[in-house]
Design a protein around this ligand. Structure first.
Ligand code: GLN
Length: 569
């Protein structure tokens, strides 16, 4: 059977869950046994997300192949479980860059280079290539229909639909139905206009997912809910009549508490059945029970709680640590607890002269994470936080910059290297003091001119270490995005004092993980890679799982000096 394509478009405003909707459909189709691929076409002209400010765009999501993408791709990986790479994400900037390079290399043989056919053909090629080894490709066009930067995508999809036929390519349009409080009515005009805009570009939607944007001021009674559902149903009929999309293909997609509930919401509305019928796919059942249980736990407020502090730079922009946040919550689900994340601004911890001043910040915390980061803002605050949790034996996980800060802290306070630092923060300092430094040649050679080590690298674990026990295997592969490494020059001294290597790169011997022995500290682990990118709701990451388990233990011993055998207090 030929590969099927679902193209997701958006109307009216961005940020209403187009990507989550596409990913949720992907998960349901995967659960039905289809091999799924995902793609995202972003309208912006940046060539990649690597230089986008986390304040503007949230975190940079890192793929196995070292591609730096935006956080939507993270949602795709987390929800569908399909691993993404550079072949799954394209920006207008990257596509145009490629087109101009082709031109410079003589590929167009002197033709006038134009959006159509050169840009549109290249978009079609990407989609066809992606579809080679799978049953269904789900591709999202970022932004909203009518955006100046995305015209070429709609034109390419129109051409591809003509080529493959409407039985093999369908358009799923996601747009909001607004609730206007003053008149107490749902309004569909913006949605209608967006469908018209899509039609103007030659595309008629096959499915409309209506994002019902209504904040209820109270919990609805059963009766009120039924009444509201009735109103929404008649609104969907109106949308169907006006847009020409069959009523059974117009679905409501209400706001839900967690993005993981969206697949369940679509399953309950038979969105996947509709798609399967349209594509004449096998009528396989969806085994959703286990997933439903996990989501229930993820959203439950009944579970015992632990508090985990994240000492970061962008404490006000949670999106900057999206994968980290998810990894922590996944580990909470695995440990049957609800984790409250306490965001702490590292810079604020720098004002205290003594560690005692820090007490009040750590009072109710059961574990601390120092996440990755660049440049020296807040670094001294992170180092102080690490000294505090090391001395007070509070469970600690350092990620990338977090590991580097832990090494600096340990070198300064335990190894008599008073001016220990990283080349990144003290470039002019005497290089004997660099316990973390830059090693030329560690960059990914694919990244011309770049100096970041990017993408997946292997790591061997030291038998009997905390990390080895957590992963339950000897060799792992994790994603990297950093420039500096732990300096081997000081390692002997640091290891002798107790901060030991428990993971290393088998080819280069570079440090991947360092930790304190369990008998010295309950959980003090720093890793050079970013474990958060590989955590899934159904496959929590071992280091986070172990950290949360240690936080539970810590809470227990804090409450009663005689730890109990089972459960969390
Ligand atoms: N700034 C550090 C480095 O480049 C850490 C990077 C990170 O945390 N991702 O090595």
């Amino acid at each position: 059977m030929s590969t099927k394509y679902i193209i997701t478009t958006g109307g009216v405003v961005s940020g209403i869950g187009k990507g989550i909707s596409a990913a949720s459909i992907g998960l349901l189709l995967k659960m039905r046994g289809e091999r799924v691929q995902v793609a995202k076409f972003d309208p912006y002209y940046n060539r990649s997300a690597s230089l986008l400010s986390p304040y503007q765009h949230g975190e940079v999501f890192l793929c196995d192949d070292g591609s730096e993408t935006d956080l939507d791709l993270g949602h795709y990986e987390r929800i569908t479980g399909v691993e993404v790479s550079s072949k799954n994400i394209y920006t207008s900037g990257a596509l145009i860059h490629e087109m101009l390079e082709n031109e410079a290399n003589g590929k167009y043989m002197g033709q006038t280079v134009q959006v159509s056919p050169h840009l549109t053909d290249s978009i079609i090629d990407k989609l066809i290539n992606l579809g080679k080894d799978c049953d269904v490709v789900i591709a999202e066009i970022g932004g909203t229909v009518g955006d100046a930067e995305s015209w070429h995508y709609y034109r390419a999809v129109r051409q591809l639909r003509q080529k493959l036929g409407a039985d093999n390519l369908i358009i799923c349009h996601v747009a909001p139905i607004l609730w206007i409080n003053t008149v107490e009515e749902y309004k569909t005009k913006p949605l209608q206009n967006s469908v018209e805009e899509l039609q103007r570009s030659g595309l008629q939607p096959d499915i409309i997912l209506c994002r019902v944007m209504r904040q209820y001021d109270h919990e609805l009674t059963e009766e009120e809910r039924e009444e509201d559902q009735g109103v929404i149903s008649s609104i969907l009929t109106k949308v169907s009549n006006i847009t020409g999309v069959p009523r059974e293909a117009v679905f409501d997609a209400p706001d839900v508490k967690s993005i993981y509930q969206v697949p369940i919401c679509f399953f309950d509305r038979h969105v996947d059945d509709f798609i399967a019928d349209r594509f004449k796919l096998k009528r396989n059942g969806v085994r959703i029970h286990r997933y439903r249980d996990l989501v229930e736990k993820y959203t439950s407020s009944e579970l015992p709680e632990v508090n985990i502090g994240v000492v970061g730079k962008y404490a006000k922009s949670r999106e900057a640590y999206l994968s980290l946040k998810e990894a922590i919550y996944h580990a909470g689900v695995a440990n049957n607890v609800k984790v409250n994340i306490v965001w702490m601004e590292a810079e604020k911890l720098e004002q205290y002269q003594s560690l005692r001043g820090l007490n009040k910040h750590f009072d109710d915390l059961h574990a601390i994470i120092v996440p990755g980061g660049f440049d020296n803002r807040g670094v001294e605050g992170k180092i102080r936080a690490i000294q505090y949790v090391r001395e007070k034996k509070i469970p600690f996980l350092g990620i990338c910059l977090g590991l580097q800060c832990a090494v600096i802290e340990f070198a300064r306070n335990e190894c008599d290297i008073a001016d220990a630092n990283s080349e990144e923060f003290a470039p002019n300092q005497n290089n004997d003091s660099w316990v973390v430094h830059y090693i030329p040649g560690q960059e990914n050679i694919k990244q011309k001119g770049g100096t970041l080590r990017l993408g997946s690298y292997e790591c061997s674990l030291v038998k009997g270490s905390i990390s080895h026990t957590a992963y339950k295997k000897k060799s792992i592969s994790e994603r990297h995005r950093h420039r500096y490494e732990v300096n081997s020059f000081h390692l002997d001294k640091i290891e002798k004092k107790g901060l030991k290597i428990s993971g290393f790169n088998p080819g280069t011997n570079l440090v991947e993980i360092m930790e304190l022995d369990r008998n010295v500290h309950p959980f003090f682990v720093g890793c050079q890679f970013h474990p958060e990118f590989k955590s899934r709701l159904d496959m929590p990451h071992p280091l986070f799982e172990e950290l949360v388990a240690s936080a539970i233990q810590f809470k227990k011993t804090e409450v009663s000096p005689e730890p109990e055998a089972n459960g969390v207090k």
